[in-house]
Design a binder for this molecule. Structure first.
Ligand SMILES: Nc1ncnc2c1ncn2[C@@H]1O[C@H](COP(=O)(O)OP(=O)(O)OP(=O)(O)O)[C@@H](O)[C@H]1O
Ligand SMILES: [Mg+2]
Length: 340
């Protein structure tokens, strides 16, 4: 007889081979309705557009037809919700070199995007020295944890309208560096997958320096929309930056580059805010960008206040009057208008 209970029983014979179990046991069937000669349900899959879905749908229809004969079967595919399924873009702020201002750029870019009415998250993925918590003045806060569907999930910390989480919450930074590496990738996965990020337009990831495990994990396991590469105008910095940029561009990863940010591009003394001293040459950033074949997104001056604001938990881009803010607004705008 055609009723809901019997349809459930029959669907237990439909096996989803990649996971080695039937679609009822795998919780793939939702909103089952049986009416007159009609069977309707949603089939929850990992990814829409996967050819395996069609095989499964056909298998289910065939199995139902074998038992119930001439019935109308309507199966709607629905993508499985993950912690990141409502995150539109992941953006990696990277550089081959330490100390060039990645964290400063990531924090201020997040602020600038938020001011442009975007919903923004910021992940500190630097196991060697998490700095985002201090830049936002939340170093003493811990993300809230609770149980959901038998799993421990976290709620990011919120500051200035930005959702924040640091790898420092998971990796014991008192431990020697050699122990941190293996923990890092699993900590990153936890940050990404076991956190209630909710709806975000942008998730900005502050990367550690270099081209290590964290970079590979992020690039290979997540849909990164693009990278922002940070450099300073010195040639020594650029050699490393070039290597990092090549890594993202490489065929295996194929992550587009939004462009280059030249940090510490010129010096502006605090008592002469209109002066610009280009210590390493005015065109250096543009030349580097040309060599990489990417746009120069912006030039950030050396200003004492950036470092001060970083230390006291108020990113300078929050100050509407600062010329640094304008530079970051411009960078945010270029990213919002990027054509990929
Ligand atoms: N434009 C700037 N003007 C003045 N100080 C700056 C500027 N950019 C960064 N700094 C300072 O330089 C130091 C290094 O910056 P930051 O931590 O952002 O670099 P990083 O590339 O993230 O470093 P790491 O590789 O250690 O993660 C910080 O003390 C920061 O406040
Ligand atoms: Mg940093």
């Amino acid at each position: 007889m055609l009723n809901k209970e019997n349809v459930y029983e029959v669907l237990k014979d439909v096996i989803y081979f990649p996971k080695g179990d039937n679609i009822i046991a795998l919780n793939m069937v939702e909103n089952l309705m049986v009416k007159d000669n009609q069977i309707r349900f949603d089939l929850v899959v990992d990814q829409l557009g996967d050819p395996k879905n069609d095989i499964l749908v056909n298998g289910a229809k065939r199995t139902l037809a074998e038992v119930f004969g001439e019935v109308e079967v309507d199966i709607k595919l629905k993508e499985q919700e993950t912690a990141l399924s409502k995150v539109k873009h992941i953006i990696a702020v990277a550089s081959g070199k330490g100390g060039v201002g990645k964290s400063t750029v990531a924090a201020n870019l997040a602020v600038a995007l938020a001011r442009a009415n975007q919903r923004v998250g910021l992940i500190d993925a630097d196991i060697y020295g998490p700095s985002v918590p201090m830049m936002f003045g939340v170093q003493d806060e811990q993300p809230a944890c609770f149980e959901k569907d038998g799993k421990t999930v976290m709620l990011p910390i919120e500051k200035y309208g930005i959702k924040l989480l640091s790898i420092g919450c998971f990796v014991d930074t008192d431990r020697p560096l050699i122990w941190r590496g293996p923990m890092a990738t699993s900590a990153l996965n936890q940050l990404m997958n076991d956190t209630l990020w909710g709806e975000l337009d942008w998730m900005v990831v502050d990367m550690p320096p270099g081209t290590g495990d964290i970079q590979l994990t992020l690039a290979q396991q997540y849909q990164v929309s693009g990278a922002v590469i940070v450099t300073t105008p010195q040639k020594v910095a650029f050699a490393d930056v070039l290597r990092a940029a090549m890594m993202f561009k490489e065929e295996a990863l194929q992550i587009p580059i939004y462009g280059l940010v030249e940090n510490m591009a010129y010096f502006t003394p605090s008592d002469m805010p209109d002066k610009k001293y280009y210590i390493f040459g005015k065109e250096t950033g543009q030349r580097f960008a040309d060599q990489l074949g990417v746009p120069l997104l912006g030039q950030i001056p050396i200003v004492e206040k950036i470092a001060e604001c970083g230390d006291n938990g108020t990113p300078l881009a929050l100050d509407a009057d600062s010329p640094v803010t304008q530079a970051f607004n411009q960078i945010a705008l270029s990213i919002l208008n990027a054509k990929f």
